[in-house]
Write a new protein. Structure first.
Length: 236
């Protein structure tokens, strides 16, 4: 049964809709007023209040592919992870994308989209014929020796390179992790990484790893520092 905090007003009311323990810890779905929130191991991950930066994650990668001629035909994209569904729904709404792989390690989050309230935000995108759901950890998927290459990697599994949800994700943003990402991109492919705050150090790490056209796109938010999409390209 949902567990509700004491009611104050519609904006402040918080209701826990689901709480699950899994191999990666606790994941919680809450409703705050009219919005839904995902909390992972006590850390706020994302909510449905806005979504502009999650959509920009996808659009910026496609724009960069168009600008540089980084893909022939319909480019493929890997999105990690599913979250509240804004990025996936935006990708599915764009007919120029070909194969769309979505990596999500949390069974609960997939369930909340298939049969729960988050389906209203992903809009049935999981059923699109271009979409392949990869129910696994992103780092494990990327490290697979026989893994396929993509034209774009759009990553949103943490609050940013400097603010990981789990300690095990930190290597993804270092030299070894960036080398893995490099090899999972086709030549000319684009890497886009969502962050809740700017990270100049991550931009420098991308350049040191051999990526070109490194840029940060900022999205103003109602309070605090802007959200950021870090963008980089594997040269041809």
């Amino acid at each position: 049964m949902p567990t509700a905090l004491p009611e104050r007003n519609a904006r402040d009311t918080v209701v826990t809709l689901d709480r699950r323990e899994g191999p990666y810890g606790e994941v919680v779905l809450r409703r705050r007023g009219q919005d839904f929130e995902i909390i992972a191991n006590g850390c706020f991950l994302m909510d449905t209040a806005d979504g502009r930066s999650e959509r920009l994650l996808i659009q910026a990668a496609l724009d960069e592919l168009d600008r540089t001629g980084g893909a022939d035909g319909q480019p493929s994209v890997l999105i990690g992870g599913l979250g509240v569904g804004f990025s996936l729904a935006y990708a599915v709404a764009e007919p120029r994308w070909g194969r769309i792989a979505i990596v999500e390690r949390e069974t609960a989050i997939i369930d909340w989209h298939r049969t729960g309230p988050l389906g209203a935000f992903s809009g049935g995108a999981l059923e699109d014929e271009r979409v392949v759901v990869l129910h696994t950890d992103l780092l494990e998927h990327l490290a697979a020796a026989d893994g396929e290459r993509y034209d774009a990697l759009c990553l949103d599994i943490d609050n940013g390179p400097d603010w990981t949800v789990t300690d095990g994700n930190a290597p993804l943003y270092g030299a070894d992790g960036l080398a893995v990402l490099w090899h999972r991109l086709r030549p000319g492919g684009v890497l886009a990484v969502w962050s809740a705050q700017p990270s100049p150090a991550f931009d420098e790490a991308l350049r040191a790893a051999g990526f070109s056209d490194v840029a940060s796109h900022e999205i103003p938010v109602s309070r605090g520092v802007p959200d950021v999409v870090h963008l980089a390209r594997r040269p041809h």
